[in-house]
Design a protein around this ligand. Structure first.
Ligand SMILES: *Cc1c(COP(=O)(O)O)cnc(C)c1O
Length: 359
């Protein structure tokens, strides 16, 4: 049998393992931070109608500039931005990959503050970009001082800050982002995949004016409950979108994707209705975890990193035995749990209470 290593694969890919959150079919899946609420029939019918309409011209290539979609995304993000400031791709992972293709690559360096989103290092690998990991402070917080020092020391071409941070849930103050921008000569990417779950108006969108090297990455995969459609986007200076045009494949966003996302965005208010309910479940989960004498990290996202678990692999398996899937992100003594519906959150709280022997 041919093994991967028998192929003339690039040396930098030898021995690597792919991204691999387990995809198991279980009743309660709380492992990849999706919005676990299904979309309403009213929205789905509209999405189907728009997709159906797009089929009448499916023999033709789609609008390479996805103009209508960019206009809707600009209207959604607000902050005085227009469609020229918006770029989109098949998930924000693809947006991040395009950023690395344009601003990273051989001889270039990306920097982030770990633990953070595992895709940054994988995209760095696949684009042959050097990747520097700077450890976060106590409780996985970051400060203006930490980021300024790290940037001065490493002089990166791309700085990635995830806000709120995955997997810790940690929010990031805007002053930290301002300090990072002032310190770097490279691109500063703020990954706001979870920003809709953040209570304080914490979005770095408000910092874009006058900062052409600042990029805000966003997605419809989390709060929007649209992960299966694969639509991520960025907001930035027009010139950044021009850089993306150099590296994207022509017609990368299919007509079906554009139609689905356009229809969904016309319902943005309705689609985000579950966000406050999810926040409530996250806060309820936090209190329940504290009551179990566990050590949840403060979270501004739709998930909680839980410390104080002496045997996470065993607890992970025992939860799975009960049809509940959470995430072992590889940080010792922790598991990460997505806040789901009220019933799903109850299920995980009850199971943990039983396993950890409370009363
Ligand atoms: C889930 C997630 C994304 C989103 O990825 P998509 O490709 O848009 O589904 C991006 N960044 C972080 C930190 C995430 O957790």
């Amino acid at each position: 049998m041919t093994e991967l290593n028998d192929l003339p694969i690039r040396d930098s890919l030898r021995g690597r393992t792919p991204y691999g959150a387990p995809q198991l079919h279980v009743p309660v899946a709380l492992n990849v931070n999706e919005n676990t609420h299904e979309l309403s029939e009213e929205i789905l019918v509209d999405v189907i109608r728009r997709i159906a309409e797009s089929l009448s011209t499916i023999n033709r290539y789609p609008d390479r500039e996805f103009t209508a979609l960019r206009e809707l995304l600009a209207a959604y993000v607000g902050h005085g931005l227009d469609s020229k400031n918006i770029w989109a791709a098949n998930g924000s992972n693809e947006v991040l990959q395009q950023i690395f293709m344009a601003f990273g690559g051989p001889g270039r360096k990306a920097l982030s503050f770990t633990p953070t989103y595992s895709m940054y290092s994988l995209i760095a690998q696949s684009t042959d970009t050097e990747y520097v990991e700077v450890p976060r402070l106590e409780r996985y917080e970051i400060s203006a001082e930490l980021v300024t020092k790290a940037i001065a020391e490493h002089n990166p071409d791309i700085v990635l800050i995830c806000s709120p941070n995955n997997p810790s849930g940690t929010p990031v103050d805007l002053e930290v982002i301002e300090a990072a921008y002032a310190a770097t000569k490279g691109m500063l990417v703020i990954d706001e995949a979870y920003s809709e779950f953040s209570l304080n108006e914490n979005s770095a969108l408000s910092l874009l004016a006058g900062r052409p090297r600042l990029v805000i990455s966003k997605t419809m995969s989390k709060a929007f409950a649209f992960a299966g459609a694969r639509l991520g986007y960025l907001a930035a200076d027009e010139a950044v979108c021009d850089a993306m045009r150099l590296v994207r494949l022509p017609y990368h966003l299919s007509a079906l994707t554009q139609a689905a996302a356009e229809a969904a965005l016309t319902h943005s208010v309705k689609m985000l209705e579950t966000v406050s309910e999810i926040r409530d479940q996250r806060d309820r989960l936090f209190v329940a975890l504290e009551d179990l004498c566990l050590d949840p990290y403060r979270s501004d996202a739709n998930f909680i990193l839980v410390g104080g678990i002496s045997n996470p692999a065993e607890i992970w398996q025992k939860l799975l035995d009960q049809g509940i899937l959470v995430r072992d992100v590889g940080i010792p003594n922790t598991l990460r749990i997505t806040a789901g519906t009220e019933a799903e959150t109850s299920a995980v709280i009850n199971a943990l209470t039983e396993l950890l022997g409370k009363k």
